[in-house]
Design a protein around this ligand. Structure first.
Ligand code: KIV
Length: 263
């Protein structure tokens, strides 16, 4: 499956990635013609009620990776699992051990945020034969350093670093790179210089693929909608209205009816 996806860049076919965090959604979205599920550490905000991704643990990621893998049709979809904050940055040996735990939980690949700063961890993981998705640009695990969720790579120096980091990751053997929150022009330039695919989120139209957080595209997350998100449904409203209707019918004695009752 991964080979086929990597070939898509050469064939000029767009790669589709979407976040997925549990078996129910994995079963449904396995039939939605997507190529990759990302068990993102965005699970911290979308499902676990954390303020950001920094509180997500290896145990959280293992739990949600197992659930997602159980529901995924692996003939159709590759599962990528995020390595959470502090599980890989400072210690290559620990990085390789933790990457292996996510693979054992059912991931096909792991994703890490960073370039040169984490290259030793990247190499240690690849040495174990584990496939990697890189992540550059806006890196949510570095929001404190970046001063919040701000578009990155607007100046020449940071654009140069994006290109250097991308080439470094490619040389190290990383299979593809997520570009988050960067101007379209620089995403296009770097995408054209790389042999490996780029997957954009808030990175414009010219990456080799796109990723969105499923709660955003399905309209489950209602706090705010960033510019780069397109809502394809309004599930928050559907869920709220369906549940309110159920409540009304119970309170009015209209549910259950005879048809819902065992004899
Ligand atoms: O955790 C996540 O959902 C991600 C995407 C934003 C790419 O890393």
């Amino acid at each position: 499956m991964l080979e086929k996806i990597l070939q898509m860049k050469k064939n000029n076919e767009k790669i589709v990635m979407v976040t997925c965090y549990d078996a129910t959604m994995a079963k449904i979205m396995s039939n939605s013609n997507v190529d990759m599920f990302l068990v993102g550490d965005s699970v911290g905000m979308t499902k676990l009620g954390y303020e950001n991704t920094l509180s997500v643990t290896m145990d959280d990621m293992i739990h949600h990776t197992k659930a997602t893998a159980r529901g995924t049709n692996k003939d159709k979809v590759v599962v990528v699992s995020d390595m959470p904050y502090k599980s890989y940055e400072d210690d290559p040996k620990l990085a390789a051990e933790n990457a292996k735990k996510l693979i054992d939980a059912g991931a096909d690949m792991v994703k890490l945020e960073g370039g040169l700063e984490i290259i030793d961890s990247i190499k240690a993981i690849i040495n174990e034969g584990i496939e990697i998705v890189g992540h550059l640009g806006l890196m949510p695990q570095s929001i404190k350093k970046m001063g919040g969720y701000k578009v990155q790579c607007r100046d020449e120096e940071s654009q140069k670093k994006l290109l250097e980091d991308s080439l470094l990751l490619q040389k190290a053997g990383v299979s593809m790179i997520v570009f988050e929150g960067i101007p379209e022009t620089i995403a296009k330039t770097v995408t054209e210089k790389l042999d490996i695919p780029t997957i954009g989120i808030g990175a414009g139209r010219y990456c080799d693929g796109q990723v969105l957080v499923s709660d955003d595209l399905l309209g489950m997350f209602t706090d705010f909608t960033p510019k780069f998100v397109k809502k394809y449904a309004n599930l928050a409203q559907v869920i709220q209205e369906a549940t309110a209707q159920y409540s009304k019918e119970v309170k009015e004695g209209k549910f259950p009816q005879e048809v819902n009752t065992y004899k």
